[in-house]
Design a protein around this ligand. Structure first.
Ligand SMILES: [Mg+2]
Length: 287
């Protein structure tokens, strides 16, 4: 029997570092979510490291710096890790000589180019098909992947992220990488062998690289149970799930206790303990 009575719970202390998902956690579309600005400002004021993570491979880290800065959160490029960074790093670390066929938008292709990764759309020489969130996906790309994997029996399939859709304001969304993976798996009968994004702990390792912190005293904050929270569970990190994005409190209740977030919060500034709210004179209405 799963416990169906999950209630909101808020941290009573601060942690060594905070890693934030962005879509559905920090912002939705072009708007910051309630309490976000003062939460980040409070952590920065206390010199607590803040990092941002995204599974979205359609933007390079500088585009996130620009977006966050425009929304009033000044951000350094080293504060950002996304699947453009982790996918490129994985290929360099594990298959540096492979010929890659990226089913991808320009930022990922540019990153592969910059890293010296060999690319081809000739199925006879492709070693790795990289599926990603690609809004230019078409039959030609599917045929190349099919030929490289099924006909020539030489390529493996890897992917940037496992997300089914990317959330948009008003409850809308866009089909994400899972649908591209599914199309290739369906026609080739193969299975994706590695997914670089959350919940793969390499994302968290990338995020806290260079910080002198104990991962088991850091806080991962994100709105998706199966990516953000699962990654924190696998890494042994504390986690908080704001109810401002994808996953719901009912879905938390359906999980085994070990897979649940440490905290379920209604708004991001609950990460700041109550005594600091009092010190700062914060109320729920003023953010
Ligand atoms: Mg999210």
């Amino acid at each position: 029997m799963t416990d169906t009575k999950i209630s909101l719970s808020f941290p009573s202390k601060l942690y060594d570092a905070y890693i934030f998902d962005m879509d559905g956690t920090i912002y939705l579309g072009d708007h910051l979510l309630p309490g976000v600005k003062r939460t980040i400002e409070e952590l920065r004021r206390r010199n607590i490291p803040v990092r941002y993570l995204s599974n979205n491979p359609t933007k390079d880290p500088s585009q996130y710096v620009e977006k966050l800065s425009k929304l009033g959160l000044p951000t350094d490029i080293s504060d950002i890790a996304n699947t453009v960074v982790t996918m490129t790093r994985w290929l360099k670390d594990h298959r540096p000589d492979a010929v890659v066929f990226p089913i991808a938008e320009q930022p990922l292709i540019d990153a592969f180019n910059d890293a010296g990764i060999k690319m081809s759309d000739n199925p006879e020489e492709i070693d790795i098909v990289v599926a990603s969130y690609d809004r230019t996906f078409d039959y030609r790309k599917l045929q190349i992947a099919f030929d490289a994997i099924w006909f020539h029996k030489r390529a493996i399939l890897v992917a940037t992220n496992p997300d089914r859709y990317c959330p948009f304001p008003g409850g809308r969304g866009e089909p994400d990488c899972a649908s591209i993976i599914a199309a290739i798996e369906a026609c080739t009968g193969t299975k994706v062998q590695m997914i670089a994004g959350k919940p793969n702990p390499v994302m968290l390792e990338e995020a806290i690289a260079g910080l002198d912190v104990d991962p088991t005293n850091c806080m991962m904050v994100g709105d998706r149970l199966h990516t953000d929270i699962q990654m924190a569970v696998r890494t042994g990190m504390f986690s908080a799930m704001p109810l401002t994005g994808d996953s719901t409190i009912e879905e938390v209740a359906e999980l085994d206790e070990k897979d649940r977030p440490t905290y379920v919060i209604d708004r991001l500034d609950r990460l700041i303990p109550a005594d600091i709210w009092e010190e700062n004179g914060w109320t729920e209405d003023d953010a």
